[in-house]
Design a protein around this ligand. Structure first.
Ligand code: NAD
Length: 467
């Protein structure tokens, strides 16, 4: 049977701490059993724990990816050199009065990688393993993602070294307000617009919004995105990343001459992205045969109805044991004989150790960085089409852009309009990518990087160098 979070914690020896939910969807107080809920040391069999690349490698890896792209497009060395650096990095100390009367100082970061194409845009992550290198790598990734989607932003990211689940709601609010105040020198509606990421949600964005308003003396709804709808958030933002994943999955299936109806889809992750991708794909007629969370995976050859699943399993409960499904491990899910595999949980889950076992012919990267470079090579060798994260999960930042535009106009769109515009932007970006990949006979990931870096370089060329 479906376990309650309490039972889940007990059976896994979890102490209640751990990693938070990613993205803006579930409030921190109600996140579906997330990455955080069950850390590796908590008694879950180690075989189930994917190998996650060391987070401090991320910046080096991002530079290597840029260097390879620069070579392939003959990027002017001076532009290449500029893009190898983050434009601005800010490290702040955030003193917070804790509930027990003591004072604790948290480390925080905000980074702008680039602003050639517009204000910097990127999430704010609360996680105990946040580092400056990780924030820099994620800021650079945002530069490429926004350029690829052709939305007028540069890349930013922020983070605080904290496990938010160990804070009371009051401590979380005081931390957020003081952090906002510390980074106010570089954020602004036309400078840098934060958004939720792992460990932050709509409530955190609401506190940032309020702190900014109180300090400037007037309401600035376009200072953050991912706000609650009651404060000027956009309809469809919560579902946007998963919905975008479904649009891209449908587009790639079509290009490969496959009818999405009846295609067997396996999704790793049942959080914000995984659950919304499952629902959207189910609506489109695909057969979701497997889904997982940190506690394990469920499988049904005849298909799982995600609407039924997520209406019956509480946000803090595991999906494992859902009636009518068979329990399998997360490793088995990745190697399932499905048509499409969608990793929508953690980074680094497809490695040189398990990529050879992947049977799906299409992998859609809904998570950030789920495929290591070694695994990418193996999948390429097997003829698997890998749709890169900077395209597949860009639905979130695209609807964040819509939220910013709506905030500037003080005019709010209907959900239909938002989804239509999202579909248009995502399928156009996919079509460009697909055409380049075919023409140059290169993987979609390389095509994505070439398009993104070329657009940023073009903006740089027009701007010139100040002074
Ligand atoms: P989430 O916390 O809501 O859900 C994560 C899911 O992964 C949960 O179901 C959790 O149980 C599962 N999980 C955790 N550890 C696991 C493990 N070891 N094995 C298998 N499953 C595990 O997070 P989310 O918002 O759905 O984000 C998922 C991924 O998508 C992340 O990589 C995130 O960076 C990326 N992403 C999210 C958004 C967004 O808008 N939410 C946007 C872009 C990218």
């Amino acid at each position: 049977m479906v376990k309650s979070s309490k039972a889940q914690k007990k059976s896994n020896g979890n102490n209640g701490g751990g990693k938070p939910a990613a993205g803006d969807a579930p409030p921190l107080t109600a996140a579906r059993v997330s990455s955080s809920a069950l850390p590796a040391a908590a008694g879950v069999s180690s075989a189930r724990q994917p190998v996650v690349p060391k987070r401090h490698d991320m910046w080096e890896q991002s530079l290597r990816q840029l260097d390879a792209t620069a070579k392939s497009i003959n990027l002017e060395p001076s532009v290449h050199e500029v893009l190898r650096h983050c434009k601005r990095t800010l490290e702040v100390a955030v003193p917070v009065k804790m509930d027990n009367g003591t004072l604790q100082v948290f480390q925080g970061y905000r980074v702008h990688h680039n602003q050639f194409r517009g204000p910097a845009k990127g999430g704010l992550r609360y996680h105990h393993e946040v580092s400056m290198d990780e924030v820099k790598a994620l800021a650079m990734l945002m530069t490429w993602k926004c350029a690829l989607m052709n939305i007028p932003y540069g890349g930013a990211k922020g983070g605080v070294v904290v496990d938010p689940r160990k804070l009371s709601i009051g401590e979380l609010e005081r931390l957020t307000r003081r952090f906002t105040s510390e980074i106010m020198i570089i954020i602004g509606p036309d400078k840098d617009i934060p958004a939720p990421d792992m460990g932050t949600d709509g409530q955190v964005m609401a506190w940032i919004y309020d702190t900014y308003n109180m300090t400037t003396g007037h309401a600035v709804p376009q200072i953050v995105t991912g706000k609650p709808v009651s404060l000027g958030g956009s309809l469809g933002r919560v579902e946007a990343t998963g919905r975008g994943v479904s649009y891209i999955t449908a587009a790639v299936a079509k290009e490969k001459g496959l009818d999405l109806k009846g295609l067997r889809v396996a999704i790793q992750g049942a959080g914000n992205v995984g659950s919304n991708a499952a629902k959207a794909l189910h609506e489109m007629g695909a057969r979701v045969v497997a889904l997982s969370d940190v506690g394990g995976a469920i499988y049904s050859e005849s298909g799982i109805d995600p609407f039924k699943l997520f209406s019956q399993v509480g946000p803090k409960d595991s999906i494992v044991g859902f009636p009518g499904t068979k329990s399998i491990s997360n490793d088995e899910l990745l190697a399932l004989d499905a048509d499409i595999l969608i990793p929508a949980a953690l980074g680094g889950v497809l490695t040189e150790k398990n990529a050879g076992e992947v049977k799906a012919k299409i992998v859609v990267e809904a998570a950030n960085g789920p495929t290591t470079p070694e695994a990418d090579e193996i999948l390429r060798g097997k003829g698997v089409t890998v749709v890169p994260d900077i395209l597949a999960n860009a639905g979130g930042v695209t609807v964040s852009y819509f939220e910013w535009v709506q905030g500037i106009q003080y005019y709010f769109w209907e959900l239909d309009e938002i989804n239509t515009r999202l579909h248009k932007i995502m399928t156009k970006a996919f079509a460009n990518l697909w055409a380049l990949s075919k023409r140059e006979r290169i993987p979609l990931r390389d095509a994505a990087m070439r398009i993104a870096v070329s657009r940023v370089a073009e903006a740089n060329k027009m701007l010139g160098l100040f002074p």
